[in-house]
Write a protein that binds this ligand. Sequence first.
Ligand SMILES: [Zn+2]
Length: 85
Amino acid sequence: MGTCEYCGTRFPLTRSTRKYCTSRCKTNACLNRKPRRLRADEVAALHELLHSDLDSPEAFREKLREIIAPHMEPLPVGVSVPRMD
Ligand SMILES: [Zn+2]
């Protein structure tokens, strides 16, 4: 058995290198780390995004995630929520 370094859950250790019980805990642990400074090319990508013309806020958020949080799971884009009226 191993102990998850993020939530403390005990889980069966399949590989000795595993530190987290699930990939979600791995992602969360990653997000909790002190944010690093953006690289010059990432800042350039953000400027490009600032001037880009995206059709939805979701598409914008997904582009933003790609730049600043590539380790995160992609956000759902283009899922339209039916309006209630
Ligand atoms: Zn965990």
